[in-house]
Write a protein that binds this ligand. Structure first.
Ligand SMILES: [Zn+2]
Length: 344
């Protein structure tokens, strides 16, 4: 701890207000209301910032009182005009149902760290927000987390609970599947996939109109394969073979145009089989990466932020969506034709 003692006059320059307050298990919002009362400033608590404050402040300059409260909860503030925005520090936090085995939680944290490191090392990208990972054990808890914490709009909740084992939404990743997986690569893949979605929102803005759902999903799987390859849990080639043998179970595949948004994606799950859209999306993005490299994926996100879907696609991958649709159909036929049991 550093012990710089500021001269009293200098402190008075920074803030003329001195506050005396006592907090005993005081909820964050209430503590901030007490501090901000009559301060001439306002505050807004951003998603994920919570806490219970215990502090005794005696004639402490106002700014310093704010710092003490925030530091005790590992929070930060950003000031705009007379409003202080209170938020969690950027990074990933994991909350797990106590019934989930410690080694599963450890695996999830390891996957989260590996993903953050991967984006730093490979793309020079930092996570700019706090992301909460919530691990649940059953559909009821899944529903509850989506309702209470994620605050997903009710129209999506039934479908999500029924059709997905995990989702990335707002500042959260909720996973019900992760405790069910037996192998570490499967477990980590799920979490990495969802965290990639968080980076996608970070880079392209979550409501970017240029992001096609199949590219979003295929990219999450393609990057998850890269991260697992890097940490040595599973090679990219093994991952590709896994997707291929999954794809061989299906007789027909959806058109890309049917996978442009989440509604279409869910409808395709009904029609073609629950993992069929995923397999299609992975193989398509894998082909794009084989042609243009992984950097094209980040370029796509950046383009999708400002452009419509067709232009963003053409920009990043150097091929029109129509041409690629034709190329991919031929590529997929070739892959599946080669893929009899004898050739594996
Ligand atoms: Zn996904």
């Amino acid at each position: 701890m550093s012990a710089h003692t500021l001269p009293v006059l200098a402190q008075a320059d920074v803030s003329p207000l001195a506050v005396t307050l006592e907090f005993k298990d005081t909820p964050l919002r209430q503590a901030l209301e007490m501090l901000f009362q009559d301060s001439g400033h306002r505050f807004q608590i951003e998603e994920g910032a919570t806490g219970v404050v215990n502090a005794l402040l005696n004639e402490v300059p106002w700014e310093q009182a704010l710092r003490v409260i925030l530091a005790s909860q590992d929070l930060r503030s950003r000031r705009q005009g007379d409003v202080y925005y209170i938020s969690r520090r950027p990074g990933i936090g994991v909350t797990a149902d106590p019934r989930i085995a410690p080694e599963v939680v450890r695996d999830v944290k390891e996957a989260a760290d590996a993903t953050v490191a991967f984006f730093q090392d490979t793309y020079g990208l930092e996570l700019t927000r706090f992301v909460g990972i919530i691990l649940v054990t059953d559909k009821e808890a899944y529903r509850q987390a989506l309702t209470d914490t994620v605050k997903m709009s009710p129209k999506w909740i039934d479908r999500t609970v029924e059709y997905s084992g995990g989702i990335s939404w707002g500042n959260y990743v909720v996973s019900r599947n992760v405790g069910l997986h037996i192998t570490r690569p499967e477990r980590q893949r799920d979490i990495i996939h969802e965290i990639v979605h968080q980076y996608q929102s970070d880079i392209a803005a979550s409501d970017a109109r240029g992001i096609l759902t199949w590219v979003r999903e295929g990219m999450a799987d393609a990057i998850a394969a890269q991260v697992l390859d890097k940490t040595g849990l599973r090679t990219m080639e093994d991952d590709r073979q896994g997707w291929l043998s999954l794809a061989r179970k299906y007789k027909a595949f959806p058109e890309f145009s049917a996978l442009n948004d989440l509604n279409g994606w869910y409808a395709a799950q009904d029609r073609y089989g629950s993992w069929c859209p995923d397999a299609t999306a992975y193989l398509a993005v894998d082909l794009l990466v084989q042609r243009k490299g992984h950097d094209a994926l980040i370029a796509y996100l950046r383009s999708a932020k400002t452009q419509d879907a067709a232009s963003a696609f053409q920009d990043a991958f150097g091929v029109s969506l129509d041409d690629f649709t034709r190329d991919f159909a031929a590529y997929l036929n070739g892959l599946l034709a080669r893929g009899g049991p004898s050739s594996r």
